[in-house]
Design a protein around this ligand. Structure first.
Ligand code: GDG
Length: 727
């Protein structure tokens, strides 16, 4: 098993100085906990910043830290105070974080911070290369290191590199605001696989690639001039069994008892967040105030425990938010509180693990109201502790988690009245309904837990890497040209499948200008006039243009990538023949839909798949239908598939034929002694993939391709074809 190098901003162990001594503490926070078990289960090394600035270290302490961390298979990359300020507190948290969470008005566009981001990414790239061994695979985590995949690839061109973004990838209209938008996309595309929590984020990323770099592709593949990357969805999970078993432990029960003694019979609302403006904490408090105002019957009968983990307090905006929250808590407590009842119990400090689980376990309601959140693990952790199934999750539709946890009470975090109503609905929800809703969500998060998430990512990374390897064809050497010519001469039945634009003629300003010249017409006629040879011009153009330009030759032609076909000397006809390679990925989305919506089902035909929901509960289906259709649209964007909405059914089918299935019709017609296909763009890849192993295939211009060889230009293609005529 190859060694896995995980690269993240923080290590699972954090170094602090207390009373002059170095202390090593387990890091708080989702990623370290989440990936901890997985990384220990295989050969691995975790690379990151140890949490203490270089200036604060005495002579020899870097070595001491390195040695201590090595015992835990961690490797520290040391940063100066300035780097930490400008990179982490600066570009990461004052540029990327607000922009990617849709707070464009909070964003600092400071070239100095950008330089620090570049510098620290370079420092990490150099450190990684220093410790990397042959066959290591790299998994880069999160928004701190979006330049790193490309920087690693520049240093280790054959490396297997994955990247996962834990925060949202914003829509193109927001992302484009960033002055360094191209550089960041290029950085990410250095990876073989780029992972996101939801289909929306994948779609946004692909959209930005198309709009800003002109890199297209299909089914999540992005083709760059020297490389191919896959973007895919991996909704992060939690260690479900771990949480649910600890929730049963005596330690957690002792915590629950302690809380209950203090709170009495009151209903308990608990929320847990890191201090952050993206988490929608003021909205939540405002809604709670409104709820107490509108529902006096709940006064003194409910208490809200608001736990906030200190975070990024060096950034002024975070200090301001803390003050705002404290003022709001004070206002609510002042307005509604009585002797013996504090409506909001506010805790600004990290709490120990067992206490956290105790709070989750006893909470009747857990309101999660972010304005944006990549996923939100607290929602999943809360559900995992609900051993008896009781409790109500209120969840913002702006979290990635809402895509999976549709049985929660879903709210719009900007709608204060709706959240206030959700508090009332949650407190009044019958236990039977609570259990039904929670069981469905628990099943799902149990199935796709953190180890499945990590394994799924690494498996897909290997798959993506296999596609990449061997997929940049070598420039065709003279020896191969001679061999090709020799085989052509000997063969009695020869098939030439030739693309037109970019292959036989260079691209022109307008499509009409790319007319064939006399030399080309002569060359094609001479090739095709030989009874042993069949030339097929296989193009995306419409049949009228092809007919107008080449009708005088008797050559076979294909128009619109296969919708129309004309046999040698024959007339134009519509063709049939479809591919079904896309079905696995569509099936994945439709299966999730079936898991979430009882009574719905998948119908699988040879070349289409349908999701029927006539028998499902319309109240539940209504909420999900747009999401499912959007997921399908995102997946099939830029591909040959169409998503059709019918009466209580959504269907995915081939929108048109492609060059591969069309070529198949010629390939199967007879036993060809020689087959050559030449093309230049993504539509020709279907053609190359449909060829038998013995066929020759050539891509015009360098780039990723399934073809065996490449040539530089249409002139080179013509020269090669002319060679064939030399007897
Ligand atoms: C990023 C994305 C995405 C919090 N307070 C305490 C405590 N925690 C733990 C929680 C949970 C984690 O921290 C927070 O996870 P989140 O998912 O809510 O948020 P971020 O840290 O912002 O993480 C996010 C995540 O990456 C994973 O991809 O979901 O969207 O922003 O595990 O339990 N733990 C303890 N005491 C606390 O006081 N022990």
């Amino acid at each position: 098993m190859s060694r896995l190098l995980i690269i993240s901003n923080r290590l699972p162990l954090n170094v602090e100085r207390k009373d002059g001594e170095l202390h090593f503490q387990p890091s708080l926070g989702g990623l370290a906990t989440a990936l901890g078990a997985f990384y220990k289960s295989r050969p691995s090394l975790w690379i990151g910043w140890p949490g203490i600035e270089q200036e604060k270290l005495k002579k020899g302490e870097e070595k001491e830290i390195e040695a201590k961390l090595a015992e835990e298979r961690c490797y520290p990359v040391f940063l100066s105070e300035k780097d930490v300020d400008d990179f982490y507190f600066g570009f990461c948290n004052q540029t990327i974080w607000p922009l990617f969470h849709y707070f464009p008005h909070f964003v600092e566009y400071d070239p100095n911070l950008w330089q620090a981001y570049q510098r620290v990414n370079e420092i990490f790239a150099d450190a990684i290369v220093k410790v990397a061994k042959k066959d290591d695979i790299f998994w880069v985590q999160d928004y701190h290191f979006m330049l790193l995949p490309r920087l690693i690839r520049d240093r280790l061109p054959k490396a297997t590199i994955g990247f996962f973004l834990h925060i949202p990838f914003p829509s193109y209209e927001v992302y484009r605001l960033l002055p360094w938008r191209q550089e960041i996309l290029e950085g990410l595309l250095g990876a073989n696989l780029v992972g996101f929590h939801t289909h929306d984020y994948v779609w946004n990323f692909l959209d930005s690639n198309r709009n800003l770099l002109g890199y297209g592709g299909s089914m999540g593949w992005v083709t760059t001039p020297d490389h191919v990357s896959k973007a895919d969805v991996f909704p992060i999970g939690i260690g479900y069994e771990h949480y649910s078993s600890i929730a049963k432990s005596p330690e957690v029960d002792a915590e629950v008892k302690k809380f209950k003694e203090k709170l009495g019979d009151r209903k308990v609302i608990v929320s847990v967040d890191r201090l952050d403006y993206s988490k929608g904490i003021p909205n939540r408090l405002e809604a709670y105030g409104l709820f107490l105002e509108k529902h006096p019957e709940y006064r003194e009968k409910v208490v809200f425990i608001l736990v906030i983990g200190p975070s990024r307090i060096k950034v002024q905006r975070y200090a301001d938010l803390k003050q705002q929250i404290e003022e709001m808590v004070g206002t609510i407590n002042g307005r509604f509180g009585t002797i013996g009842w504090v409506p909001v119990e506010y805790l600004y400090s990290p709490i120990p693990y067992h206490a956290l689980l105790g709070l989750y376990k006893m909470a009747d309601v857990c309101p999660i109201t972010p304005l944006r959140d990549g996923m939100n693990l607290v929602a999943k952790e809360y559900l995992a502790t609900k051993i008896d199934g009781k409790g109500v999750l209120i969840l913002s539709e702006m979290t990635g988690a809402a895509r999976e946890l549709g049985d929660a009470i879903i709210i719009n975090p900007n709608n204060i009245e709706e959240i206030a109503q959700a508090f009332a609905d949650a407190l009044a929800m019958p236990e039977k309904e609570q259990i039904e809703r929670n069981r469905a969500m628990q099943e799902r998060i149990k199935l796709y837990d953190i180890s499945r998430w990590a394994k799924d990512f690494i498996d897909k990374l290997y798959e993506a890497e296999k596609i990449e390897l061997g997929n940049v064809p070598e420039p065709m050497p003279d020896t191969a040209k001679n061999e090709l010519s020799g085989q052509f001469q000997k063969a009695q039945k020869r098939l030439l499948l030739l693309d037109y634009d970019g292959t036989l003629v260079p691209f022109a300003k307008t499509p009409e200008e790319a007319k064939p010249d006399a030399e080309l017409l002569k060359l094609l006629a001479e090739l095709d006039n030989d009874v042993r040879t069949e030339v097929v011009l296989i193009s995306g153009r419409d049949k009228n243009t092809l007919e107008q330009w080449f009708g005088s030759l008797k050559m076979a032609m294909v128009a619109e990538h296969g919708v129309w076909m004309k046999a040698k000397g024959g007339d134009w006809e519509m063709m049939a023949g479809l591919s079904d390679k896309w079905k696995d990925e569509v099936r994945f989305i439709l299966k999730l839909a079936v898991d979430r919506i009882a009574g719905s089902l998948i119908e699988e035909k040879d070349y289409s798949m349908a999701w029927h929901y006539r028998n499902a509960d319309p109240r539940i289906t209504e909420r999900h239908i747009r999401e499912i259709v959007n997921d399908l649209l995102n997946l099939t964007a830029n591909s040959n598939l169409k998503v059709l909405e019918g009466s209580k059914v959504v269907e995915v089918k081939n929108a048109s034929l492609n060059k591969g299935s069309t070529a198949q019709q010629w390939l199967s017609r007879q036993n060809w002694g020689f087959v050559l296909a030449i093309g230049d763009d993504v539509t020709d890849e279907d053609l190359f993939q449909a060829l038998p192993a013995s066929a020759w295939s050539i891509k015009v211009r360098p780039g990723v391709s399934a073809a065996k060889f490449s040539l530089d230009s249409p002139d080179d293609v013509r020269a090669l074809l002319k060679e064939l005529m030399v007897k």
